[in-house]
Design a protein around this ligand. Structure first.
Ligand code: GLN
Length: 486
């Protein structure tokens, strides 16, 4: 039996009917990582002993008739998520040898659910980037074309699922880092509403934007994984103390009666024609399945989202990254003449160029004299962006757009042009700024490379987003994609 490319749902059937054990499934994933990851580099750390021990435990639970939807299913975790006893680098030299003492809440919840940890995935340093090329280690490659980027910053998590190395993975999304790599690698990626999922143990980049979420092969799998990680956490005061609905029960609502709005600003002039066509075709599929569509919705502040994000995110990052001083944990330079020299050199050597750029941008925007002109202004625009979404959601159930303006680009093509790199996130950033849920679902190939359809919903309406995404999946008859790797 070919165990690569199983969905969570299919793995569940095989595990429950004892056609396959969790140990077999876990071995199959580890073997595939062994065989392929030299080419893809999705993993920074693999944990085969831990994985097999967890798989044995899962098999015992299943034999007793216990366990839930994820018990025995192998997953990969973005290396920004703290894992007790397992190195957590955040893609940075600063944390190259850092081993946390506790699990992030999302990790603990998945472990309790019986999911198997295969290892930690590659990422842009501190989740800053759109291509994985800001990883302090070798970048991940796109399984569809290893000369292209997998997207970022959760590129390793997306590539691991796309390459058949893990059944599902977790990523984090501050400005698009789950959805954009999902689009580039041909998998499903879900960013929950800000506050739906605990950030405890997620190494902070921009605290008002960061959210963890699943990367999967199908929308149904995304619902299953979200169900396991969602919900209030007393250890994260920004996690919302509201009830988590049954996402699975509401998945098959269909497209009938669904009101779709298409924001014109999400199709900037330089949108790749093939992407525009694939997304338009996908929207027409939803209409054929019973949805209604307004093609002319306007969210006029959208063009300011990029500037807003690149004030707010670096400002928060500059504060969050102050903790890496060589004293508390992580890399520490100690050969300087003074404490200040040690601290400066620690930060100079420990951080990569993009992280330093963000710290400088953020420190500048927050400094006396510039705070009102930049940071305060950005917060006002943030409010406007959110208000425009609120207004749109009075008339539409979901907004639909491309996830990214192009398909995956060649490695190296944007590394020397930060602004071109930032422009990749024009369609995803506004969703974080407003704290909304969004999903990327594969909607076809252009020149052999996957395109992502983005579906954006009302705050805390992941169920509505998943329902629309599932309706598209059914309407398009799309099966989980498989790149020409083998
Ligand atoms: N690419 C964006 C950035 O560099 C978003 C990253 C993210 O979502 N973590 O900040």
């Amino acid at each position: 039996m070919d165990l690569a490319y199983l969905t969570i749902e299919r793995a569940r059937e095989l595990l429950d009917s004892r056609q396959v054990s969790s140990v077999e499934l876990t071995r199959a994933c580890l073997d595939r990582v062994e065989a392929l990851d030299g080419r893809i580099n999705a993993f920074l750390t693999t944990t085969p002993e831990l994985a097999l021990a967890q798989a044995e435990e899962a098999d015992r639970r299943l034999a007793r008739g216990e366990g839930g939807p994820l018990t025995g299913v192998p997953m990969a975790l973005k290396d920004v998520l703290s894992t007790a006893g397992v190195r957590t680098t955040c893609g940075s030299k600063m944390l190259e040898n850092f081993t946390p003492l506790y699990d992030a809440t999302v990790v603990a919840r998945l472990r309790d659910a019986g999911a198997i940890t295969l290892g930690k995935t590659n990422m842009d340093e501190f989740a800053m980037g759109s291509s994985n090329e800001n990883s302090a280690f070798e970048p991940t490659r796109n399984p569809w074309d290893t000369e292209r980027v997998p997207g970022g910053s959760s590129g390793g998590s997306a590539a691991a699922v796309a390459a058949g190395e893990a059944v599902f993975s977790l990523g984090t999304d501050t400005g698009g880092s789950i959805r954009q790599p999902a689009a580039y690698c041909g998998v499903v990626g879900l960013k929950p509403t800000y506050g739906r999922v605990s950030r405890f143990g997620l190494v902070a980049f921009a605290s008002s934007l960061d959210q963890a979420g699943p990367l999967t092969r199908t929308v149904g799998d995304a619902a299953l994984a979200l169900q396991a990680i969602a919900g209030h956490d007393p250890r994260d005061s920004t996690s919302a103390p509201i009830e988590v609905p049954d996402f699975i029960a509401r998945l098959d609502g269909g497209a009938s009666g669904l009101r779709i709005g298409v924001p014109v600003e999400y199709f900037p002039p330089d949108t790749q024609p093939g992407v525009r066509e694939a997304v338009s075709r996908a929207i027409n599929d939803l209409v054929a399945a019973g949805a209604t569509v307004d093609w002319e919705v306007s969210l006029p502040s959208t063009p300011y989202a990029l500037a807003t994000y690149y004030i707010i995110a670096p400002s928060e990052a500059s504060a969050n990254l102050a903790r890496y001083d060589g004293v508390k944990y992580g890399y520490s330079y100690q050969d300087g003449a003074t404490m200040w020299e040690n601290m400066e050199t620690t930060r100079g050597l420990g951080f990569g160029d993009e992280v330093k750029r963000r710290i400088m941008l953020g420190t500048y925007a927050l400094s006396a004299g510039y705070y009102d002109a930049y940071y305060l202004k950005a917060q006002k625009v943030r409010t406007l962006i959110r208000a425009e979404f609120d207004e749109a959601f009075r008339k539409y159930d979901v907004l639909v757009a491309p996830t990214a303006p192009s398909v995956a680009f060649p490695l190296g093509s944007k590394v020397n042009d930060p602004y071109a790199m930032y422009l990749n996130d024009v369609c995803t950033l506004p969703v974080n700024i407003a704290g909304l849920p969004g999903i990327s679902v594969p909607c076809g190939l252009v020149d052999g490379l996957p395109v992502g359809l983005q579906i954006i919903g009302r705050p805390f309406d992941e169920a509505g987003v998943l329902r629309a995404a599932r309706a598209y999946e059914l309407a398009a008859g799309s099966e989980a994609l498989r790149p020409p790797l083998d």
